[in-house]
Design a protein around this ligand. Structure first.
Ligand SMILES: [Zn+2]
Length: 284
């Protein structure tokens, strides 16, 4: 039989002030999305202001009031005793706070953050097993890369992001990743060698024939787009979206022919971007 002052039968709901939403397992999430951080900061700054402390409860369970077990809770401040109470959602209703939307979005953020964290750990261990740990470090910004490697870095991040999200990576992506990492690690050398090998891209609309160096996806404003990098017969590199009529057939080393408008990349005449492709076909 409880005799404490916070047992359900004797509390005065009007004495409790809602502070924030919380989760028992919050410490499992490092960083976390903004909503989780906000709620945690609300609690911290509130406590700082009042100098209050967590209420001690000797009855079992999680809820400071009724003892029910929970994962999600609301934090209430009790001014008279200058204490904070973690309260489950059933008691929350009694304390006259029931903000379903806040609770729902908090739960969603928490689940997403947890899934993302698991995805990240999984991605890291898969990449490390393949000796591609560097790709994970680039993705998480743990190491700095040469600014001029922007293209390689963005494709690396894209591949790792997909691995985090979907939990798998194809053999093709692994070998592509290896190539990209090699380029990033040996960037200066790679660029001078590349510049010696390549011609400047010719601008205008013309027929291009070339070999696909790689195919990759970008998740942009217009949804997911497949891009391909072509090494042309003129010995230049051009990049653009894969035309829809060959999208299912195109792969690394495909010989492709198309007519498109080509412009040089800013500050890099060895790279071109093609757009408005027409009459695309695979010729091997
Ligand atoms: Zn309760």
């Amino acid at each position: 039989m409880r005799t404490d002052q916070f047992r359900p039968s004797v509390i005065d709901p009007t004495e409790f002030e809602f502070v924030a939403v919380g989760n028992q397992n919050i410490d499992e999430i490092i960083g976390g999305p903004i909503l989780l951080r906000q709620q945690r900061e609300l609690i911290e700054s509130h406590m700082k202001q009042t100098g209050g402390t967590w209420s001690k409860h000797s009855h079992g369970g999680s809820c400071f009031i009724c003892g029910a077990w929970f994962i999600y809770y609301c934090v209430f401040y009790h001014q008279k005793t200058n204490t904070y109470h973690k309260v489950g959602f059933q008691c929350t209703e009694k304390l006259d706070f029931y903000e379903t939307r806040l609770l729902d979005s908090y739960k969603t953020s928490f689940k997403n953050a947890l899934a993302q964290q698991k995805g990240k750990q999984n991605a890291q261990s898969i990449l490390e097993q393949k000796s591609l740990g560097l790709a994970y470090e680039i993705y998480t910004n743990e190491i700095e890369t040469d600014d001029r490697c922007f293209n390689q870095v963005s494709v690396i991040c894209d591949i790792v992001h997909r691995l985090v999200k979907y939990g798998k990576i194809s053999d093709k992506q692994i070998s592509f990743l290896r190539d990209l990492l090699y380029q990033v690690e040996n960037y200066v050398e790679y660029m001078s060698q590349r510049d010696a090998e390549l011609n400047d891209v010719k601008e205008g609309r013309y027929e291009i024939r070339g070999t696909v160096q790689n195919v990759y996806c970008v998740d942009g404003d217009w949804g997911i787009q497949m891009k391909m990098v072509l090494k042309t017969e003129d010995n230049t590199i051009v990049i653009g979206s894969v035309p829809s009529n060959i999208i299912s057939a195109v792969e690394k080393d495909s010989q492709v022919q198309l007519t498109a408008t080509v412009v040089q990349k800013r500050n890099d005449p060895k790279i071109g971007y093609f757009s408005r492709p027409a009459k695309a076909k695979i010729i091997n």
